[in-house]
Design a protein around this ligand. Sequence first.
Ligand code: SF4
Length: 369
Amino acid sequence: MKTGSDAITAAQIRGTLPAASLDARAITRLAKNPGCQRLAAITQIGSSPGKAMQHVFAENYREEQSRFALAKGRVFERVQCENGAARLLASLSAAGILGTNDVSVRDINAETEYLKAPVAKQKRAIALTDQILRQKATGDPAAPAVVLQAALAIPLSSGEVACVRPDVLVARPDEEMFRPGELKSYAYLHHLTDQKDVAQAAGQMGVYGMALERRLAYLDLTRPVPHEGALVLVKPGGLQSVAQLQNISRDISTAHRIIEVRPRTLAELVATIGTGATLDTKAAIMSLSPCYSGKCRSFCALHDICRAEAAQHGNPAILGDEAEALLAAAGTNLMRVAELIHGAAPTSANEELLQRRLQTLELEWRQAS
Ligand code: SF4
């Protein structure tokens, strides 16, 4: 039997908060702070921190990625995919991911371009992708080697459907299923390639891998998805690319866990904000527990709101990771730190240690000035 919280839909809890796509970016964002109830709730009801920021906290807020980075990324992708994806195929072949004769390409964006309404376009893209997955799973030799912008639909227990669009799906004819791939305009520098960039791309490929596994299960197609994604980066000095295989097993598992947590937290959400309440007000959003850290700035539009709240509560997270760890070990907050600096008597061994550490830091600072 359904309970009241099971019966409620994500759209009802959203209220007037604008909807946002539940795409790879949204799922990757969740994986960056799995302990944050506020972020999870806003995502699970089908909105985003950016929409909440603009609709509830700051009307003039505009969510923007660096225009330069966006333009660079778009140009790189376009160049790889033009002329029958000639550059992309050459890089995949040079890396041994495809053979030199594996040149059949399907471009789902191009095949749905004639449709103007976004909903119809997405529906057609999902149908075309499903056809290709069936072809591949049944060993049809006509299955393409490369699929650009496939549309993988994941039905969620809340009744919504997340649609994930991998840059590329790749498979040789002798492979049972496609592997996910990602095109990134990051520089390929052999062993000096920035590992943070690689980890970010692997996280995104993990979401694609999870979506592919779930779509195959939904279509009753039991074929294993390779857990090595095809990462395509820029060769320095131009727009040529370099492809490499990247292990994404852990990233796929993380993405599955993030998706599985949905129904539980949706029910928890109703319990937290109250039956019938909506998440389109400051009070409702702030009633959800945050899990603020200095890292939030790099991925969540609500960072200024959560940072101000953390400062108000004397949360040491606003001082950065090192200071947070020091204060967390002593189980204290910034107000108590101020008291200890001004000579208050420690009430525990941890506070005593912290006070000594603070006194040493202060002495070093005085000696250095
Ligand atoms: S900024 Fe706030 S809502 Fe966003 S992840 Fe951090 S704590 Fe959660």
